[in-house]
Write a protein that binds this ligand. Structure first.
Ligand SMILES: Cc1ncc(COP(=O)(O)O)c(C=O)c1O
Length: 397
């Protein structure tokens, strides 16, 4: 099938809810992708962060092949080995909590918010139900997740929103204090805002949220859907900030490319999710968990956290050099391989020129060029990609 034929089939049969660029990808390996016409691209934004180990990591592919020959799915009213082992891996690398598995980031956040309500409920007369979330956040596309997401653009046409969500400016502790009352059950925050433009939380801000939650008996939820699983150079983003959440949500890179989401909750909180309270048919299926186990083993055995830190530093240095060269670059920021370059103008044109030159990047929040390269990326491929970006920036008028 040619690219034109594929795109025509989409036009006829696939709902047009995405703005798609006119490329049909057929094969990937590490930080490279090939389209249906045989053209090779460097991918510095693999799968919006899903392909954290790059495309088709051999270890993940082998684990999927092996598991697919044994068992694809059994229901969650039985036990299965890969789910048990993957929960252990996540718990041991985070704060020793317990896991619930689902299939996506939004679903993980939904579950986390339900759990927070259960965990703070102290009898009929004492119902906590409100959530504090942040300007420029992004938590997914279900009704509760868009309600948690503070931008009006995600609400438009779907109102009324789920009640109970209050929004504070990011990094503004005083504003949070002003919103807290006896009905507030949780604070939901990304330690580094992704879709909102790679905005890093100040450590004192997250530490302050922790204190508020302790003082008020509220739950602190970190949405680590984008920051988790090694992306920032540590296993989880919270580990940079000297703060431990009560609940953490994961997805994107969690399954090495396969669809999976998870909640990790402190044991005392987790116990509130008793039988009958919450469920997900596909959640924690053996195939996705086997892929996730392989991804985490690869990160460990190939020393990929170290690579993420090293190549991330190299990229930040080069991007800062570009900032010095191009006056329209406002700021460069990031942690590990979660990197943003804010322009003083829309960045869509730069992303389009990069695509034409064989480089995949993203532009978020209108003006922020976003890179989420694979943790496996070499210094050479990163440099090759950044050369293309630099040339495309030079084309800005
Ligand atoms: C921080 C964060 N939370 C939640 C989500 C939603 O994840 P999903 O699209 O898997 O539902 C995203 C997706 O970009 C995200 O970046």
């Amino acid at each position: 099938m040619t690219s034109a034929e594929t795109i025509a089939l989409y036009g006829q049969y696939v709902i047009g809810n995405y703005t798609r660029l006119p490329v049909v990808f057929v094969r990937g390996e590490g930080s490279y992708l090939w389209d249906a016409d045989g053209r090779r691209y460097i991918d510095l934004f693999p799968g919006w962060g899903v392909d954290g180990l790059g495309h088709c990591h051999p270890r993940v592919v082998a684990a999927i092949r092996e598991q697919a020959g044994k068992l694809l799915h059994v229901a969650n009213n039985y036990y299965m080995q890969p789910q048990a082992r993957f929960a252990q891996i996540l718990s041991e690398r985070s704060f020793g909590g317990k896991c619930f598995f689902c299939n996506s980031g939004a679903e993980a956040n939904e579950g986390a918010m339900k759990l927070a309500r259960l965990a703070t409920r102290a009898g009929e007369g004492n119902v906590r139900w409100k959530f504090i979330t942040f300007h420029n956040s992004f938590h997914g596309r279900t009704l509760a997740a868009i309600s948690a997401t503070a931008q009006a653009q995600y609400h438009k046409g779907f109102e009324p929103m789920v009640p109970g969500f209050l929004y504070a400016p990011f990094n503004d502790l005083k504003a949070v204090e002003a919103l807290v009352d006896k009905e507030t059950c949780a604070i939901l925050v990304e330690p580094i805002q992704g879709e909102g433009g790679i905005n890093l939380a100040q450590p004192e801000f997250l530490q302050g949220l922790r204190k508020i939650c302790e003082r008020e008996g509220m739950i602190l939820i970190f949405d680590e859907v984008q920051t988790g699983c090694g992306r920032t150079g540590k296993w989880f983003g919270y580990q940079h900030f000297g703060v431990t959440p009560d609940i953490m949500t994961l997805s994107k890179a969690l399954g090495g490319g396969l669809a999976i989401g998870a909640i990790v909750a402190q044991a005392k909180v987790a116990e509130k999710l008793a039988p009958g309270t919450h469920a997900s048919t596909f959640g924690g299926n053996p195939l996705a968990c086997a892929a996730g186990i392989a991804a985490f083993e690869a990160i460990e055995e190939e020393d990929l956290l170290k690579n993420t830190v090293a190549v991330g530093r190299q990229a930040l240095a080069r991007l800062n050099a570009m900032k010095a060269k191009f006056p329209f670059v406002r700021e460069v920021r990031g942690k590990g391989l979660m990197i943003g370059m804010e322009l003083n103008r829309p960045g869509k044109g730069v992303a389009a020129r990069c695509l034409a030159e064989g480089l995949l990047i993203n532009c978020t929040h209108e003006a922020v060029i976003r890179l989420l390269p694979a943790m496996t990326i070499s210094r050479e491929i990163m440099d090759e990609g950044l050369d293309i970006l630099e040339n495309c920036l030079a084309g800005e008028k």
